[in-house]
Design a protein around this ligand. Structure first.
Ligand SMILES: NC(=O)C1=CN([C@@H]2O[C@H](COP(=O)(O)OP(=O)(O)OC[C@H]3O[C@@H](n4cnc5c(N)ncnc54)[C@H](OP(=O)(O)O)[C@@H]3O)[C@@H](O)[C@H]2O)C=CC1
Ligand SMILES: Nc1nc2c(ncn2[C@@H]2O[C@H](COP(=O)(O)O)[C@@H](O)[C@H]2O)c(=O)[nH]1
Length: 314
């Protein structure tokens, strides 16, 4: 009667014969839009995770990034990044203020390399209008649309013109959408369905708890993975440091939280404290090492091997 669906914690990947002599030989790089990145993983476009400095940090380390869209001087951000010889990757909404930001970019003669349409449910008429607008006004930008959670929605976003689609609804650590609205779909099922339905890249967004979840998302057909809490506790993360009884934490809050919105209206996110962990440099190295190891267990030397593995339900 009910469809049984799966999350990252419900499945494991079955090992194949390793064909490399060292995990170092495994290549984790990914072509995403006009650029190649060192890892198929990036930090959520949330105000508590990234700011302009975090974005620069990721870009300089060869990682993809997307700036959040809350009270950002978009023209200044794009100009700064491009003047530094880095790519510009911004987020937009679906309301009139976004049309104004886009017009300001055009007036300044600026084209961001990447634009992410960021709404809770992008399978909606407002998102369709904005996607079509961006595609007509910024044909040189790579447009990511999200979020959605079904094959049908993914197909529609592809038809509207999205160059990549972000999948994942209500699976995030600071999400309360599932509690407040009753809607959610587990990530393994979401990513498998969406990736199988479209030919554009799919980004698996939210719910990464263990590093191995990244490999599981890629095995389901994701081309990229987005994570918030994973990147939230570090010096380079945008959230504020808080000290309680001599122990340090960092704030991590949802984009639809009262804290981010400044009012209690349509709140679907919360604020939490995550353990403060110091510099992010070691995390980036470890994430890469772990994914290289995943690729070796998958029996290959590139990320493509992960799409060949068998997945089991435990
Ligand atoms: N990935 C996820 O599961 C989720 C992510 N979020 C994040 O929270 C932020 C806020 O998201 P979101 O609320 O979409 O953006 P906004 O608050 O910017 O809302 C965008 C516009 O769409 C309208 N709108 C939003 N939701 C609906 C709806 N269910 N039905 C009809 N109209 C709607 C809003 O009008 P009005 O407010 O008047 O309805 C508003 O005009 C985003 O950054 C998003 O990524 C939020 C929830 C889930
Ligand atoms: N339901 C909500 N989802 C949110 C909110 N703010 C962000 N998000 C989504 O969560 C992921 C990050 O998840 P994590 O498990 O890696 O921490 C993020 O990329 C958004 O898609 C929110 O307020 N409500």
């Amino acid at each position: 009667m009910f469809k049984h669906e799966l999350n990252y914690g419900d499945v494991y990947l079955v090992p194949r014969k390793t064909v490399v002599d060292s995990r170092k030989q495994c290549d984790t790089s990914v072509q995403f839009g006009p650029r190649r990145f060192d890892m198929p993983l990036y930090a959520s476009n949330m105000k508590s995770v990234v700011d302009a400095e975090t974005c620069e940090y990721f870009a300089r380390h060869g990682w993809f990034y997307t700036m959040h869209r809350f009270n950002v001087d978009t023209v200044g951000f794009v100009r700064d990044m491009q003047q530094k010889g880095l790519f510009a990757s911004i987020s937009i909404g679906v309301n009139d203020d976004t049309l104004e930001q886009l017009a300001a970019l055009q007036a300044a003669g600026l084209t961001p390399e990447y634009i992410t349409l960021d709404v809770a449910n992008a399978w909606c008429v407002k998102a369709e209008r904005m996607i079509r607008h961006v595609k007509s006004q910024f044909p040189g930008s790579f447009l990511i649309g999200g979020n959605i959670a079904t094959a049908e929605a993914a197909r529609e976003l592809e038809a509207w013109g999205c160059d990549a689609i972000k999948a994942g609804i209500a699976g995030g650590r600071v999400c309360i959408t599932k509690n407040k609205t009753g809607f959610h779909r587990p990530m393994i099922s979401t990513v498998r369905d969406c990736a199988a339905a479209v030919s554009v890249p799919v980004i698996a967004d939210g719910g990464i708890v263990e590093h191995g979840d990244v490999a599981k998302a890629l095995a389901c057909g994701a081309s990229m993975v987005m994570a918030g809490s994973l990147f939230a506790g570090y010096d380079e993360s945008a959230g504020e440091i808080v000290e309680i009884n001599g122990k340090h934490y960092k704030e991590y809050f949802g984009s639809a939280s009262q804290f981010n919105k400044g009012e209690y209206k349509n709140v679907e996110g919360k604020k939490i404290l995550v353990e403060y962990k110091g510099s992010m440099a070691r995390l980036l190295v470890e994430l890469k090492e772990d994914l290289q190891s995943s690729v070796s267990y998958a029996g290959g030397a590139t990320l493509a091997a992960l799409r060949e593995v068998e997945m089991i339900v435990v």
